[in-house]
Write a protein that binds this ligand. Structure first.
Ligand SMILES: CC(C)(COP(=O)(O)OP(=O)(O)OC[C@H]1O[C@@H](n2cnc3c(N)ncnc32)[C@H](O)[C@@H]1OP(=O)(O)O)[C@@H](O)C(=O)NCCC(=O)NCCS
Length: 102
């Protein structure tokens, strides 16, 4: 998606902060892939908990704390107790896990 629709894809799925973060890295694609995986995992949490039946990836923003840990800084306007996300990546692969506590 980045190769074929770079700017459109970035703007549709990522916030300005996320774009700044990923583009500032030596290998931006893997950081985009990790955040994309995290956003899909978060979206699935919300869909399966039935808090909503639709969510755009651009409703979700993931920032990085000082030590590098990802933090969900925004996710629409829903009420929940906690939302935890973990991202890992290695060469061509990225994976993420999200836990939503309602
Ligand atoms: C915190 C730590 C686990 C992160 O490992 P890493 O190899 O950088 O992580 P990965 O490459 O798999 O994934 C990168 C993602 O980890 C996440 N991450 C980075 N630092 C993190 C932290 N302190 N806490 C939680 N998540 C973190 C980020 O989301 C990052 O992706 P992003 O920059 O695109 O947001 C690492 O710094 C560490 O301490 N590793 C242990 C090393 C060790 O003890 N080795 C023993 C060898 S015998």
């Amino acid at each position: 998606m980045l190769k074929e629709h770079e700017n459109r894809f970035k703007q549709k799925s990522f916030s300005i902060n996320e774009i700044k973060y990923c583009d500032g890295k030596a290998n931006p694609s893997i950081h985009y892939a990790g955040r994309f995986a995290a956003k899909e995992a978060i979206k699935k949490c919300f869909l399966s908990s039935e808090l909503t039946d639709q969510m755009g990836l651009n409703e979700i923003e993931i920032i990085s704390s000082k030590n590098g840990a990802p933090i969900v800084s925004a996710v629409g306007n829903y009420e929940y107790a906690d939302l935890i996300v973990s991202i890992s990546h290695e060469s061509d692969y990225a994976i993420a896990v999200a836990i939503l506590v309602i």
